[in-house]
Design a protein around this ligand. Structure first.
Ligand code: MLT
Length: 411
């Protein structure tokens, strides 16, 4: 009889977003006339930028003739895309990142989970609480966490609470950890990190031989010029950080799929025999064994993000969603709901009114005003009493959702 990976049995019931979808579908089936507005999952709604579409169409045509046809591409991604990324996203901001250190992939979620393949099983792992659930669940699946307690916390993880009391900024741990997940601008709280704060993390990581997994999927939403977009803007980060980025949110690629991971060649980890091993080599080995690259057509679409037209169009998309975030913040504040985030991030994090629990507020919003958000407790125990509203939707839906919520919850 085949046995299973028992670690899967340690996972909490369902992945957060499918669980929300399940509840919403049950509601919609029972209430077929309700016009449900979904501000839960951070999925984009606006069309792909024209520059990307044009580049993809051209790439399809190329594939239609023998001279232009492409079979398997390089597992690491085409050099022209990696060059464009290195120049525009990193070197132009003073980050010493080379195109050869960039790996193109089909998503940050996948990379965030897959990266664990190249690390050992005895690392001490720190996550913020609340946190993007993928970081926790992939460690549970890999057997790094042990069982969950009643609050849903895993004994094997070090949780760093982020709440209004500490201004949503995690304390640097006093104990020694080996792997640290950081996400800025933050999902779910919308908080940002200053250069000084990241410098403290880099200092800690270097002093402890730790690796930081820096998720910068939302960097395009930063408008404050003093805030860093990449961890490599911080001195020393090349020696202790892997960065994840995505075309999903800035260029609307959630359905198209393209992302990237940066593994500097200066990064090392310890082998069992005590020797230092280059992480780049391991990740390259992992990707070339388990991954065959992103489609040529999609990589051409991603490259177009860096054309003049692409830059203008993605900027307009980001501004559109950030105007939604502003509307959400303003309307909820006017209804005396305490909001956070939503200024340099597409998520607004709010304190649930009347001390409702996160799931009670979720049910109340769904049942009374037919609006879907994400319960804060779904991101971790310290998210209890909070709620996330995503700014990714049409203007009409955002306006309508805010009208319904503020009418219902006005105090
Ligand atoms: C979210 O809603 O948190 C996002 O959908 C996360 C993701 O991009 O996977």
């Amino acid at each position: 009889m085949a046995t299973i990976n028992d670690n899967y049995l340690k996972l909490k019931a369902g992945y957060l977003f499918p669980e929300i979808a399940r509840r919403v579908n049950t509601f919609a089936e029972a209430n077929p006339d309700a016009k449900v507005i979904r501000l839960g999952i951070g999925d984009v709604t606006e069309p792909l930028p024209e520059a990307c579409r044009t580049a993809m169409i051209k790439a399809v045509e190329e594939m239609g003739v023998r001279e232009g046809f492409k079979g398997y591409g390089p597992e690491q991604g085409y050099a022209w895309l990696r060059d464009a990324i290195a120049q525009n996203d990193f070197q132009s901001r003073g980050c010493n990142i080379d195109a050869s250190e960039i790996f193109i992939s089909d998503g940050s979620k996948c990379d965030n989970g897959n990266i664990l393949d190249i690390f050992g099983n005895n690392n001490k792992i720190a996550v913020t609480d609340p946190v993007y659930p993928v970081y926790v669940d992939t460690n549970v699946m890999a057997g790094h966490t042990g069982d969950a307690n009643e609050a849903g916390e895993y004994g094997g993880l070090v949780y760093l609470p982020v709440t209004a009391e500490n201004n949503f900024t995690a304390q640097i741990p006093t104990e020694k950890v080996d792997l640290i997940y950081l996400c800025f601008p933050n999902n779910p709280t919308g908080a940002t990190a200053t250069k000084e704060h990241l410098q403290e993390w880099v200092k800690y990581a270097k002093a402890n031989g730790a690796i930081i997994f820096f998720d910068a999927a939302y960097e395009a939403f930063i408008s404050d010029p003093s805030l860093p977009h990449s961890i490599y803007e911080i001195e020393g980060a090349r020696d202790c950080a892997i960065e994840f980025r995505s075309f999903s949110k800035n260029a609307g690629f959630t359905g198209t799929r393209c992302a990237l991971t940066v593994v500097p060649k200066t990064l090392t980890g310890k082998a069992a025999d005590g020797s230092d091993v280059e992480l780049w080599k391991l990740w390259n080995r992992r990707q070339s064994t388990k991954f065959n690259g992103v489609s040529y057509i999609i990589q051409r679409g991603a490259e177009a993000v860096y054309s003049d037209a692409g830059k203008a169009q993605t900027k307009a998309l980001v501004s559109f969603y950030m105007e939604n975030a502003k509307i959400i913040r303003e309307r909820l504040t006017a209804a005396s709901i305490q909001v956070y985030g939503g200024v340099n991030a597409p998520y607004v994090w709010l304190k649930t009114p009347n001390n409702l629990s996160s799931w009670d507020f979720f049910d109340k919003l769904l049942n009374t005003v037919n609006v879907v958000g994400t319960p804060g407790s779904g991101f971790g125990a310290a998210g209890e009493g909070y709620f996330r509203i995503s700014a990714f939707n049409s203007r009409e839906n955002v306006e309508e959702a805010m009208r319904r919520i503020t009418e219902k919850f006005k105090v």
